[in-house]
Design a protein around this ligand. Structure first.
Ligand code: SF4
Length: 403
């Protein structure tokens, strides 16, 4: 298959990135971006308030902060989520649908992609792409995704030119535009570039089918490449890291001269990206298939639970047993064993009672009054094989506000 629009930029530098097997990954940032995109698409259809209700709670504040006045969202003027395909054999483009959720039904010779927003004017189209992350984005005038979408929109709606915009939405909800204009000649060049890219991808696919090793081009574009787990360039580095880590460190150190520091920096970023991706892959694997390490240690998912104190109940108990001053000292905004111990220490001193006994008395009473929660968390980490599924219960800070 040919790359989708969002992968064209990387594919143009390294066609192998769409030929090698792909491994999808979802990050917190990408989930936030997906929520914001869905919100902006919904605003034009159901209005701001209803669109906000459709946003997952964890991303609602980020959407609420967006200055909609500054964005091309008005219904009737702009169309959200328009999917297109460009046929690299015939040179024709078609609209695949609206709100089809990136479910493209295309021919092998077609490249597909979705415009976040499209406006159709008298003699030009507008294509906008919302960007919500902090990662680097290629400028609008050089952006393959936007150029592809502009070409498709112009051919579908029979317009001679296009204005494209990257609309960066920052953490505060403010929008910043990076715009470019494409005339008929620019659009023809885009079409030619897409045809050439399709030929390069096809050639590489036939090399892979013939069992040949394909060339890859590493660099900044490798960031988030879905082919990285199968990339020969990066796998060679992983193998070297596993077998001769000192040699890799030595290589980087050796490159640390004023002349080659930039190269060392690039190498380091490449190593870090590989390590990050390999770690994520290993953890995902270990969560399902515990990995036996040396000395009986296992890398795998561990369930652990801990008791949490209800700050309100703890404060109430301390107030009952030792008065409001002690209670306020122990429970500010959260309660923990440590804070109770701190508050009881002067009590123990004044009464001559054992601190441990006082503490036990308070904790038992908190427990009796329903002030202890058990919070279960799951994590992947190194642990001894003989460890039980559940680690011992520990009291910890309560999430309840006791003020
Ligand atoms: S990780 Fe980089 S070098 Fe490897 S396939 Fe992807 S883009 Fe190409």
């Amino acid at each position: 298959m040919l790359p989708t629009a969002s992968r064209l930029q990387r594919a143009a530098v390294c066609p192998a990135s769409v030929v090698l097997p792909q491994v999808a990954s979802v990050s917190e940032a990408s989930e936030r971006g997906t929520s914001i995109h869905a919100f902006l698409a919904a605003v034009g259809k159901v209005g701001r308030d209803e669109a906000l209700l459709l946003v997952p709670e964890e991303h609602r504040a980020a959407c609420d902060a967006i200055d909609l006045e500054a964005l091309p969202c008005s219904p009737g003027e702009f169309i959200a989520e328009v999917a297109f395909a460009f046929d690299t054999e015939s040179g024709k483009a078609r609209e695949l649908g609206r709100d089809i959720n990136r479910k493209y039904e295309v021919m092998p010779s077609e490249i597909a992609g979705t415009a976040d927003v499209v406006g159709i004017g008298h003699d030009a189209v507008f294509v906008g792409d919302f960007k919500t992350g902090r990662g680097p984005v290629v400028a609008a005038c050089e952006n393959w995704q936007l150029k592809f979408l502009a070409l498709c929109a112009c051919r579908v709606y029979q317009m001679p030119r296009a204005t494209v915009a990257l609309i960066h939405i920052d953490e505060t909800g403010e929008a910043k535009y990076d715009m470019a204009h494409l005339e008929a000649d620019d659009l023809s060049n885009v079409a030619n570039d897409l045809v050439l890219l399709a030929e390069r991808v096809e050639l590489m696919q036939s090399q892979v089918r013939a069992g040949a090793t394909i060339d890859v081009v590493t660099g900044d574009h490798c960031r988030s490449c879905p082919a990285m787990p199968h990339c020969p360039g990066h796998m060679a580095l992983v193998r070297r890291l596993a077998q001769k880590p000192d040699a890799v460190v030595g290589e980087i150190q050796a490159a640390l001269t004023p002349k080659t520091a930039a190269l060392a920096w690039e190498r380091l970023k490449q190593v870090e990206e590989v390590v990050k991706r390999v770690r994520a892959a290993l953890f995902a694997f270990a969560a399902q298939n515990p990995i036996q390490l040396r000395n009986g240690v296992v890398l795998g998912e561990v369930e652990s639970s801990r008791r949490e104190l209800d700050g309100f109940v703890a404060r109430h108990v301390l107030k009952q047993l030792h008065g409001p001053e002690v209670a306020d000292q122990a429970v500010e905004y959260a309660a923990s064993q440590a804070s109770i111990e701190r508050a009881l220490r002067p009590v123990a001193k004044a009464t001559g009672k054992a601190l441990a006994a006082l503490k036990r008395e308070v904790l038992d009473e908190i427990d009796d009054q329903g002030g202890v929660f058990v919070k279960v968390t799951r994590s992947v980490r190194e642990h001894r094989a003989e460890e039980t599924e559940s680690t011992p219960v520990r009291e910890s800070e309560s999430t309840a506000n006791a003020a």
